[in-house]
Design a protein around this ligand. Structure first.
Ligand code: BES
Ligand code: MN
Ligand code: ZN
Length: 465
């Protein structure tokens, strides 16, 4: 897609025009209230005028999220009718060029590797802003486009099913992209994981014929010797639950249990592209959680990378086992300045917050605030969730140090308390993206499947913390 920022649209091109409820009277008279509500995301196309009218709602409530949704939904609607060159009239909203571009680029992605009929991508977009605002709009728009493209790359990997993407092939694919983008990437195979004592990753991977991996990505944009920020993303390529097997209903959605990992992958490539001047490590522990004669089982005691012992009470609480190893590795090996993990960790998080907000936990006020602000700016909403020693009590083990599940009550919070144990005193934040990571159905502005949730947040956190 070519992106142009200009004070004029090509005269013949299709246009997206944005209208607040206050501007109702300026619309062509043939548009009826029934077909166009003017709410954010509503839209109507008038063929004779080659114009798609998109609603913004009340003027005083318009913000970056409104523009992202309105422009994204409009772009998706035009693309569906085969109009893949258009201009967006952003003269009144030039300060939102970034979110507008994000909406467009994200709306252009669709998973169709196995479709014989493929849709045409958007080919050219002109963002129309006042002449005095073009330079600033271009700067914000190009940055937004870079992040959104990496978000789409993350979605593309996340949407591939478990028979195609498994730990080995995930690692190969990341290595391939890393070479192309000039990002350093190292992969630990099962031998290396054994000699390194990554007990958690190995335990989870042991039920599958497909051995686990730890993918390590390095962005050295900061001064040599500066302690890195470490991003950790759960990449379970398929979560059957293991011996504590899941019910059949919705199990196919567990191909998206790698979305935390793919968010870190997308963020690491975006950091490189944006030239962020920080040292950042991306750790993506990956395994397939399967039942099998060699699978880890309830009752097992697993010794994690940092020596802490975990009593397995439920093999379906596998994500935290991978994260425990990676968090320990971040702390001990990389001497992390801060750790931010992201994972489709608990169904309980979806019960608590629904599918539009991710849960956020932190052991450090400054980092927690930073992640919260970053997520707001990225249009990836989060809600800060509590810590209490009562959660620690729930996961205390009679056999080892901790249990890998504290039961149903406060399931998202006890999972966070488990991870917090492994972070020890290092500033740490945790994002549970269980239901925000994917959409089972297409939305107004996004295709079905992985949303890429977290890429924008992680990029901003590494820039700002
Ligand atoms: N990957 C799941 C969490 C999940 C559930 C993500 C639904 C997206 C949608 C995770 O590994 C899991 O199975 N968690 C268990 C934890 C429990 C056994 C303590 C859960 O949420 O039930
Ligand atoms: Mn599970
Ligand atoms: Zn899982």
């Amino acid at each position: 897609m070519t992106l142009t920022f200009s004070s004029k649209a090509e005269p013949a091109s299709v246009q997206i025009r944005l209208f607040t409820t206050e501007q109702r009277k300026e619309l062509p008279p043939e548009i009826t209230d029934a077909e166009f509500s003017l709410k954010p995301g509503s839209r109507v196309y008038i063929h004779s005028e080659s114009t798609l009218y998109a609603g913004l709602g009340d003027r005083e409530k318009v913000n970056a999220d409104t523009i992202r949704l309105a422009v994204g939904a409009a772009a998706m609607a035009l693309k569906k009718t085969g109009r893949n060159r258009f201009a967006v009239q952003l003269s009144d909203w030039a300060q939102f060029a970034g979110p507008a571009v994000e909406g467009i680029v994200l709306s252009d992605y669709r998973y169709e590797d196995f479709k014989t009929k493929k849709t045409h991508p958007i080919s050219a977009v002109t963002i129309v802003v006042p002449a005095a605002a073009t330079a600033a709009a271009r700067k914000a728009g190009e940055r937004a486009a870079a992040i959104a493209r990496m978000t789409n790359l993350a979605r593309g990997i996340a949407n591939r099913p478990g028979n195609i993407v498994y730990p080995e092939t995930l690692a190969e694919e990341v290595e391939w992209h890393a070479k192309k983008f000039g990002v350093k990437c190292t992969v630990f195979d099962e031998k290396k994981l054994k000699s390194g004592k990554f007990g958690g990753i190995l335990a989870v991977g042991s039920g599958s014929k497909r051995p686990p991996r730890l993918i390590i990505m390095e962005h050295s944009g900061g001064p040599k010797g500066e302690a890195p920020i470490v991003l950790v993303g759960k990449a379970i390529t398929f979560d059957s639950g293991g011996i504590s097997i899941k019910p059949a209903a919705d199990m196919e959605k567990m191909i998206w249990d790698k979305c935390g990992g793919t968010a870190v992958i997308g963020a690491m490539f975006a950091l490189k592209e944006l030239g962020v001047k920080k040292n950042v490590i991306g750790l993506i522990p990956s395994a397939e959680n399967m039942p099998g004669s060699n699978a880890y089982r309830p009752g097992d005691i697993v010794t994690c990378y940092d020596g802490k012992t975990v009593e397995i009470v439920n093999t379906d609480a596998e994500g935290r086992m991978l994260l425990a190893d990676a968090i320990g590795f971040a702390r001990r090996h990389f001497k992390a300045r801060a750790i931010v993990d992201i994972a489709t960790l608990t169904g309980a998080c979806g019960i608590a917050l629904g599918d539009s907000m991710a849960g956020l936990w932190s052991n450090d006020d400054a980092l927690g605030k930073c992640v919260s602000a970053a997520s707001k700016d990225a249009g990836e909403p989060t809600w800060q969730m509590p810590y209490s020693p009562a959660f620690d009590d729930q996961i205390r083990s009679e056999m080892g140090l901790v249990k890998n599940s504290g039961g149903r009550l406060g399931g998202a919070c006890t999972a966070a308390a488990f991870l917090r144990t492994f972070a020890e005193k290092t500033p740490w934040a945790h994002l549970d993206i269980a239901y925000t990571a994917y959409r089972d159905k297409e939305t107004q502005s996004l295709a079905r499947g992985a949303t890429g949730f977290g890429v924008g947040t992680l990029v901003r956190v590494t820039e700002q913390f």
